[in-house]
Design a protein around this ligand. Structure first.
Ligand code: FAD
Length: 504
């Protein structure tokens, strides 16, 4: 029976894993070993809605604390400066997988010409507002949001909470391990210490010290679907730019650029394919389009893919140690949270004695989350008909979407009907059929069922859009909303409810 868990790595993946396990299975001894010399990845991160659910509901961290220590801003979705339309918004609230009662067809059939202000959240994004406003002027904070966070602040907050929960920390660099027929039995540190454990989480980032290096699990490269393998990164201090309530993803000559919004600075980076352009060319294009970025942007190399199995013997990889894809949909922390919940469930249901069939099922489920993300991101590239650079021509011609061919065939024949959902892989990923619809409709992927709306229908559709715009114009922007929630007198109802339930 598992009793003694060692987590290798104290980036966001290792700390979310340690805290998830300790919170839900408190009888386990959980120790985190990490190397201060190696440090954490330290990038700005966008998240998806499963992130607040995990942080607040699963881990029980209070909103007050999270806002104080992690200093997040809100993310309502992603603005794509992308494709033939030049711009469309992917919100975390459903826009297209929706059917209004006064219209005969689902929303996606009304967006051929104009795809904007389809729901309140997309109208808020258009107006640069974060939330609607309550009668007393305060923000009406709805659950359809995620966050922008800075990795370092977030990791520092997690460490404080993890220590309080009883997780122990050891500083040191892991240089080797001991094994028996059941897996790893101990890791060795550079200073001679030996840490024994009966269950290991590998959260050592791209190094994948245990799963990749020690156990030599094969890596599955996604390079037939995703061609980018580098990023230049360079942000700047905010001056008079408004804090946008969304992440921006903007097409570039050989990839795309993100913009992530923090309260005091703007985080920008260009993800590109080194087959298409050199690092210098990428930096030149990035700086030309972003003159405020520092003159020597940092280059990060990565490979997109995941290990064949995330769980081998008594080692489970969480975070970049298990796989990585470019942050086009900011899916890394989504995967960390969802895999941690699955792992905790599996440990509990197997009464801390996981069987081979539990491990196999875990590997099947987690692998499906990775391939779903691979195909979803691949669709972003293949569907974009706007640019004719060699990179984009290559994407349209060669991106392998065989993993979602059944969805594409069904969509081409029937258009954006909700029945498409039965043709996508079944996973816990946040985007689901709504995400696929936004990409297909947003990029005007052709289908054979265009809907010719009658005049009355068109008027009803426009009434919905106008109502969204009118409501959004009364909304509150990020800066003002932050001044409310960061005020010492601000009370989070959900935090108070939790306290009441706990009798505090
Ligand atoms: C350019 C870029 C942009 C990104 N943008 C996003 C985004 O928008 N949204 C998102 O969700 N994700 C994003 N990510 C990914 C995200 O940052 C990570 O998935 C997430 O922070 C988890 O990182 P990690 O904990 O797996 O790894 P890391 O942060 O690298 O942590 C690894 C840990 O392992 C320790 N370690 C490693 N080797 C050893 C050793 N031998 N001995 C002891 N300790 C060791 C390190 O000290 C560290 O504590 C981005 C990544 C990149 C590269």
């Amino acid at each position: 029976m598992i009793q003694n868990v060692i987590v290798l790595g104290a980036g966001s993946a290792g700390l979310i894993a340690a805290l998830s396990i300790k919170r839900k299975i408190p009888q386990l001894r959980v120790r985190v070993v990490r190397s201060p010399d190696i440090g954490v990845i330290g990038v700005g991160e966008g998240t998806t809605p499963n992130f607040p659910r995990h942080i607040f509901d699963f881990l029980g961290i209070s909103r007050k604390r999270f806002y104080e220590l992690a200093e997040p801003t809100w993310k309502l979705g992603i603005r794509f400066l992308w494709g033939e339309r030049g711009r469309f918004d992917y919100t975390f609230a459903p826009q297209l997988d929706v059917h209004f009662g006064d219209l005969p067809r689902p929303n996606g059939f009304y967006c051929d010409d104009e795809f904007s202000n389809v729901d309140l959240t997309s109208a808020l994004m258009r107006e640069g507002k974060a939330f609607g406003r309550q009668q007393n002027g305060a923000p009406d904070i709805q659950p359809w949001h995620a966050f922008h966070i800075e990795n370092k602040l977030f990791v520092d907050m997690l460490e404080i909470v993890a220590r309080e929960a009883g997780v122990q920390f050891i500083d040191g660099r892991v240089t080797g391990s001991e094994r028996n027929e059941k897996g790893i039995t101990a890791v060795h540190l550079e200073d001679g210490q030996k840490l024994e454990g009966d269950f290991f989480i590998d959260s050592s980032g791209f190094r994948s010290e245990l799963l990749g290096k020690t156990l030599e699990e094969p890596f599955i490269n996604f390079d037939k679907t995703l061609f980018c393998d580098r990023a230049v990164i360079g942000g700047w201090e905010r001056t008079d730019e408004p804090i946008l309530p969304y992440t921006t993803a903007e097409q570039m000559d050989a990839g795309w650029a993100w913009q992530i919004e923090h309260e005091r600075h703007i985080n920008r980076g260009y993800v590109y394919s080194s087959q298409a352009i050199s690092d210098d060319q990428a930096a030149e294009e990035f700086l030309r389009k972003n003159p405020k970025a520092p003159q020597s942007p940092r280059v990060v190399k990565f490979r997109s893919g995941c290990y064949r199995r995330m769980w081998v013997d008594n080692v489970v990889a969480i975070g970049n140690a298990g796989g990585f894809v470019e942050p086009l949909e900011a899916t890394a922390l989504m995967i960390v949270c969802s895999h941690c919940q699955t792992l905790v469930d599996f440990l509990l249901h197997s009464e801390l004695e996981p069987t081979d069939s539990f491990r196999t099922l875990y590997n099947d489920l987690t692998h499906a989350t990775w391939t779903d993300i691979r195909d979803f991101l691949g669709l972003h590239y293949k569907a974009n008909t706007a640019l004719d650079t060699p990179f984009w021509k290559h994407c349209r011609a060669d991106t392998d979407l065989s993993g979602i061919q059944a969805l594409i065939d069904f969509y081409e024949e029937n258009g954006p009907t909700g029945f498409c959902r039965y043709r996508i892989p079944s996973t816990q990923n946040d985007f689901g059929i709504e995400g696929y619809f936004v990409m297909l409709v947003g990029n005007r992927w052709p289908h054979r069922k265009p809907h010719k709306a009658m005049a009355g229908e068109k008027a009803a559709w426009e009434r919905h859009r106008s109502a969204n715009i009118a409501a959004a114009r009364k909304g509150i922007d990020v800066k003002e909303a932050l001044s409310y929630v960061n005020h010492p007198g601000w009370q989070w109802n959900s935090d108070m409810q939790k306290k009441q339930m706990a009798g505090v």
